[in-house]
Design a protein around this ligand. Sequence first.
Ligand code: LLP
Length: 471
Amino acid sequence: MSSSASVPALRGAPADADALDPTVWPEGAHRDQVGRIVVGGVDVETLATRFGTPLYVVDEHVARSRARRTRAAFERAAASVGTSATVYYAGKAFLSGAVVRWMTDEGLAIDVATGGELAVALAAGADPARIGFHGNNKSVREIERAVAAGVGTIIIDSEVEVLRVADAAARAGRVQRVRLRVNSGVHASTHEFLATAHEDQKFGIALGDAGRVVAGIRSHDSLDFVGLHCHIGSQIFDAAGFAESAERLLAVHAELSAVAPVPELNLGGGFGIAYTELDRPAPIEEIADGIAHAVAAASARLGVPVPRLAFEPGRSIIGPAGITLYTVGTVKPVPTDEGWRHYVSVDGGMSDNIRTAMYGASYTVRLASRVSDEAAALVRVVGKHCESGDIVVDHDWLPHDVAPGDLVAVAATGAYCWSLASNYNHVPRPPVVAVSGGAARVIVRGESEEDLLARDAGLPDHDDDAHGVTA
Ligand code: LLP
């Protein structure tokens, strides 16, 4: 589960600091006649009044249509080279009951990375046979639970896991379908990929060890080996890295196929999105075609049937469907070497979006409750946490008169913001509201101060017994 930390290229002042770039904002987002941003048919002022800020807002229609489009792209590309494709939605990007239902309704399978994600997917009614279960350190309990639930595939991540999964399946009297996660030596991050002999990270096993480990898997009657799995990174803008990785994997896939048929190849997720106007990811159809053709060409060269393909996109489906709404609390002009920088403090911060602090991610911010004729000012959107690295948007431009009480919206926060949220500084996590066709509904309840206090077993008026402190 890799990520890229890119140094943000400095963005110049936009011609119109109120404009909503359609590549960055949820499809259909626009301003109403009084200048308020409208998402899913609901204006931000209504949302803020009803649900408060900070607020995660997800456009259900956009999430569903991106899921549908992704599935269609991979299915069509696979069919064009004589095979089929399964698209798993990578739940780590953002998983909740509603999202599981949207994705499964749209015909996607679900990829989970922990017992917790598995529990959400199962509770939401996902077909266990269409769940892939990942993780580099699954507990035996998690494995047992996945086997008992009838999870479609378990992705084995290390040699020691072969026996753990085989034993759990044998105890349950089942034959468990498994994939093996390998490192192709291709690591990709935005705009470029790096190909090396080995990857220095915790996931999977070296490609060179796959033969031995698969032989081990095949020696267990309780395991059914369906294919290799590889995830090369995140926020990748074109097919080149996937194609390089697929070629390396297929060489080993062909060796494994010489012993017994290997029906599948899972190439993971990692398709990029536009966080700012500088990001230009290729359309998913182009990426799907590029990968399918690389797989077909390598299969032909190696003399193996084109395997069924599987993919696990998370960010590219849910990321662009989400925005975060904040209320501005203070605006502070600070002189810097590059001129004045306006620090715009909002009522959330690194607890609802850690990506800027953690990965140097870039985001786009817009005044959301109104438009303004004022010239654009260089801003840094910061949160309310007790930390100077508490930055939500490193730099962008807002009208000069941005002021306390204004609503601002940050685009493309649908992936890895809620799922990485924390309670740092005892800030409660905001709710997630789904908007669609002019209606809004809470899909994940926000935390209250009571929620925060409820788990603190050391508070004087807590009944220790009720909170499980005493034996
Ligand atoms: N499959 C596997 C095995 C993965 O490890 C991941 C992501 C995905 C699929 C989905 O990747 P996506 O399509 O969403 O890029 N927290 C980081 C991203 C970590 C990605 C972890 N693995 C971020 O906020 O950028």
